[in-house]
Write a protein that binds this ligand. Sequence first.
Ligand code: ADP
Length: 184
Amino acid sequence: MTRLIFLGPPGAGKGTQAKTLAEFLQIPHISTGDILRQAIQDQTNLGMQAQGFMDQGELVPDKLVEDMVEERLKQPDAKTGWILDGFPRKVTQAEFLAELLKSLGEGDEKVVNLDAPDETVITRLLGRGRKDDTEEVIRRRLEVYRDETAPLINYYSDRQKLLTINGNQSQEEVSTALKNIIAA
Ligand code: ADP
């Protein structure tokens, strides 16, 4: 049973790696960013509430993403494992998740910290061209990452859940490192 949380700055390659690994392991890849972007496209209530925050590179309010993650983790296909990508993004969300997983009897998750330097992630994001990949919004997302999300590295390390991988290498090298680390 594999339950993994992917942590790392925007542009570190979390999405790509999480998707590939989830396919390999045949478990759902749960990306909060993807779910939110789909909600915006479908013009749902959630999408309309989230859009302004996302366009500015700000975090969407906890309650919105927490409800979304809870609903997703309770789906039958998530009973065989999952990869969470983009959640939790701050300590309050991590605490929420710990409680949720405890209540589901799924508290054995590991956290993969995919790290990469700012120059690398900025170059990658500028080349990607998503709506929130303008220079100004990227700068804000990196700031939010540093202030809100990076503290989760210590949070999970203190709880002996953290595994670290260097994201500043080729996609194939990261994939191999990931498979090795989860097999260990
Ligand atoms: P990236 O890894 O490039 O930052 P994501 O797709 O993970 O991209 O996230 C895009 C945006 O979606 C974030 O900037 C934020 O506005 C919103 N978002 C995604 N996950 C969360 C979360 N757990 N909490 C709050 N906002 C979130």
